[in-house]
Structures are given as C-alpha cells and as structure tokens.
Design a protein around this ligand. Structure first.
Ligand SMILES: Cc1cc2nc3c(=O)[nH]c(=O)nc-3n(C[C@H](O)[C@H](O)[C@H](O)COP(=O)(O)OP(=O)(O)OC[C@H]3O[C@@H](n4cnc5c(N)ncnc54)[C@H](O)[C@@H]3O)c2cc1C
Length: 456
C-alpha cells in the first residue's frame, strides 16, 4: 500500500487513507450499518483538482471506484471493496449569493449545511427531511421534501454542476453548456461523472414556518388515510402533510400508554403566512380522535432536523419504495395490514406527498421523469441486530409486493437498494434510452458503474 500512497499523495492536496492509517476505520462508516465495505484507499478531497488524479489512479490500476457524498445511500454505493473511494466529507462549504438567490454547494455538504447557510439570508430550496443526508446523492437522484409541493424536486432547482468526467476533464453543465450532460445528471445519479459543485436557485422561506405532528390511534387508520387522500387533493401547495405508520416513540405530548404502540402520525408543514396556518391545519384534527399533537411556529432549520433522532446512523436499514399517482383503497389496506405487523419498533411505512410543482414539469425535461407521481411510499425497515435481518427484509419485501399492483410505473432511484439493479431501466422509463446514449458519450467504459448503473 505504500506505493499507493506515494503515487496518490503527490497528486492530491487532501488526505489519502489506506487500510492501516489512523482515521481509515472512521472514514469507512456510512449511515446504513448493514454496509461493511473496505476500500483499498479513501481519497478525502479538499478541492476539485483532487478528483482527476483519483479517477486516473483507479483506472490505471483497474480498481473499483466509488464516490461518497453524504454516505446515506441505502445500498451503500458510497463505498466499494478493495477499490478507490472518492470521499467528499471534507468539502462541505456552501456559498450563498443572496442577491441572485443562488447557492454554490460543495459535494460533501449535508442538508443541514445547506439549510443553515441559506436560512441565514431567509432563503431555502426543497431538499429531504433528514438533515444529515448528503446534498450530492439526494440531488443526483431527484430529491424531495417539505417544500417540494410548492417549489419542485431538488433537481428542478439545479442551475448548473461542475463535473469531472471519466477522462479527468473538468467541465460545467447547465441549460446553456453541455446541455445533454445537464439533462442526464438531473436524475441519472453518479453515472456520468463526479460533481464537484452544485449551483441551486433559492426561494424566500421562513425563517419561521408552522410544523409538527398530529398522532392518531392505529385502529382509526383506514378512516384517517381515506380522509387524508381526499384532503390533499385540494390542500394548497404551501401545506404539506405526510403519513407515517409506526410504533409511537416516547414523545412527551403522547400518553405513556401509547408509547411503543402502533399509531398513525401526520407530519404537517406549512410555509405560507404563519397567521394562516391554523385554519388550514384544523380539518386534519377531525380525521379521527387525536392522541396528541405538537404543532406550532418554529424555525425552518429546526423542523428540518425534527426527524434526525429517529434516523440516526448505526442501525441496519433495508428499504423498498413505490411511486403512486393515486392512493387506491388496496394500497391503503396493504399499508395498514403491514403496519400492523412491524418486525421492529424502528420500522415504519411512510407516504410522502409530492403533488404540485413536480407534476408540472414534462417527463422528458430531464432524466428524473416521474412527473405523474403524487405520492412516494417508503417501506422503511430498520433494526439493530444482524440476527433480525431476515425477518425485517422479509417484511419489507412482502409489503413491497402487496402494494405493487397499486403503484405507478417507475421507481425513485434514491430509495433503491443494491440488489435492485434490474429495476434501473424501469426506474427511468422512456428516458432510459437517451440516458444510455449520453452514457456512451461521457463514460463509454462505464468507469462510474458502482451505482444504480446505466450501462453504456
Ligand atoms: C435517513 C434518510 C432520509 C432520507 N430522506 C430523503 C428525503 O426526504 N428525500 C429524498 O429525496 N431522499 C431521501 N433520502 C434518500 C437520499 O436521497 C439518498 O440516500 C441519497 O443517495 C443520499 O445521498 P448521499 O450523498 O448522502 O449519499 P452517498 O451514499 O454518499 O451517495 C449516493 C450516490 O450518489 C453518488 N454520488 C455521491 N456524491 C457524488 C458526486 N459528487 N458526484 C457523483 N456522484 C455522487 C454515490 O456514488 C452514490 O451512488 C434519505 C436517505 C436517508 C438515509
């Protein structure tokens, strides 16, 4: 390994970690504890110029290559075994141009990094719901969260990317430059190159929004979900309401007798005028007999971290996901059935609402094409012990199968596990062929294949 270090260290300003170096073990941890990979070398970049030598080293030595943004990918694609990992955890800067309403984001930035920097100017953009997620992977696969109904997918707000190609060339892609590459990276994941900077457009948000949870008894689930389905059809896009079916965490606003029991949770988010929130949220309480609620004005950045305690790193996670245009009765019934047999207290079924701005974009406007999707279902299997893998994975797969007949076509690549490679073409639907063409142009040798791979 000393040869490795010598060769790379000379070319790289950041750190090059081989297996025995101090810091290596820490650097190979990712969010999902099921992933236990050991790259031969981890290149912790501190500048875009560190990327070309890392790619060229991997190619010359015929080593596997992986790219790490925030390390949250459920399939663990951030890390490869015995290869080179390009690690951006030391490149997390976010620069905001408040006048132009633009953010310039390094590829290791987390959602928290972005939210904090943009909210300092009263600005934000749609990202996910867990603040430790990486902007890079989230964006390259699509990205949705509380602001998505109003302002679209994360990818809808991308203005440009700086990319290092398989040949080690640094190029920019935007609507005006390398438009085909820009089309492909907006949903096509890390298949086309290594992104070293993202430029996003921003919107005025908060800094106070109204948000929180309303919790109902599980035996009212059917009635609540049916009313939810009807409610969201006409709710304004500033208002977002998701559904989470899970066992109640020991939240202080819930009676102790409910802790650890199945419940229906409606997470609520409103980014319009604070004074308007109450009357818009009120009808939700009449969906059933609430067990408790905790809703009120709060800083946007605080709500963006509200789910972090349930999504800490270190647990074993296995996900399955479908998109839905409508929530058919069968879909609701199967969600309720499987929420009634959760294999662990940390497992949950969530339905994210994305109806609104994303549906107004043409399906072929960019690689991410699920413009008919109004809901994203995530079957979130989560537990602590490897001995529980079979039970948890079995539950997630069974529910995935049971709910499949009601799903719309396609899949969200950011929620796909490593074994779902055969779903990639379906995930891109009619955009897949164009993606393959662009892949042939930018990465004919499939250097960037350790991902939900689009084969050249
Ligand atoms: C707890 C949790 C909550 C989540 N919530 C949401 C949510 O609300 N909304 C949502 O849309 N998604 C959500 N996701 C899914 C998330 O979008 C994906 O897991 C995404 O892949 C994470 O990106 P990352 O940079 O953290 O991951 P990584 O594992 O670092 O990277 C993911 C993929 O992107 C590639 N990649 C990373 N950086 C680059 C780069 N600079 N250039 C090229 N390719 C790169 C990697 O090679 C890998 O294939 C969540 C995930 C978790 C674990």
């Amino acid at each position: 390994m000393s040869k490795v270090k010598e060769e790379l260290r000379g070319a790289i300003k950041g750190r090059v970690l081989a297996t025995k170096d101090s810091g290596y073990e820490e650097a190979r941890q990712v969010w999902n504890a099921m992933i236990d990979r050991r790259p031969a070398v981890i290149v912790q970049c501190v500048q875009a110029d560190d990327v070309p030598p890392a790619i060229s080293f991997a190619r010359k030595n015929r080593l596997e290559l992986s790219i790490r943004g925030g390390g949250h990918n459920i399939g663990g694609y951030a890390l490869c075994d015995n290869g080179v990992t390009i690690d951006f955890s030391r490149m997390r800067k976010v620069r905001v141009d408040a006048e132009k309403r633009r953010a310039y984001v390094e590829p290791g930035a987390t959602l928290a990094d972005l939210d904090e920097a943009t909210q300092a100017h009263g600005l934000a953009m749609p990202v996910g719901i867990n603040s430790t997620t990486g902007i890079a992977g989230l964006t390259l696969g699509g990205g949705f969260g509380w602001l998505t109904r109003k302002y679209g997918m994360t990818i809808d707000n991308l203005v440009s990317v700086d990319v290092v190609t398989a040949e080690g060339k640094k190029i920019r892609a935007s609507a005006n430059e390398n438009g085909d590459l820009f089309w492909a990276v907006r949903g096509g994941g890390g298949n086309f190159g290594v992104v070293t900077q993202f430029e996003f457009q921003l919107f005025p948000i908060g800094p106070e929004i109204v948000a929180g949870l309303i919790v109902f008894p599980f035996n009212q689930a059917k009635q609540i979900l049916t009313k939810y389905r009807q409610f969201v059809d006409s709710a304004p896009e500033e208002l977002n309401v998701w559904v989470v079916l899970r066992k109640a965490p020991p939240l202080p606003f819930l009676p102790e007798t409910v802790h650890g029991r199945e419940v229906v949770v409606l997470p609520v988010f409103y980014c319009g005028a604070v004074a308007e929130a109450d009357k818009l949220i009120a009808p939700l309480r009449d969906f059933g007999t609430p067990l408790g609620e905790h809703i009120g004005p709060q800083p946007y950045v605080q709500w963006q971290k509200a789910f972090d305690p349930l999504l800490t790193p270190g647990a074993r996670n296995y996900w399955k996901s479908h998109n839905f245009t409508e929530l058919a009765d069968g879909a609701l019934n199967s969600a309720i059935e499987f929420a009634g047999k959760l294999p662990s207290p940390q497992c949950e079924i969530f339905i994210g609402l994305i109806a609104g701005a994303p549906n107004r974009v043409a399906p072929n406007a960019m690689a991410y094409g699920h413009r008919d999707a109004r809901f994203v279902l995530n079957v979130h299997g989560r537990w602590d012990e490897a001995a529980d893998d079979e039970k948890g994975i079995g539950w997630a797969r069974e529910f995935f199968k049971a709910s499949a007949p009601y799903a719309s076509a396609g899949a969200y690549v950011n929620f796909m596990t490593a074994e779902e490679g055969d779903r990639v073409a379906a995930a891109y639907g009619s955009n897949y062929e164009r993606l393959v063409e662009i892949k042939r142009r930018y990465d004919p040798e499939n250097v960037f294949h350790f991902n939900q791979n689009i084969k050249p």
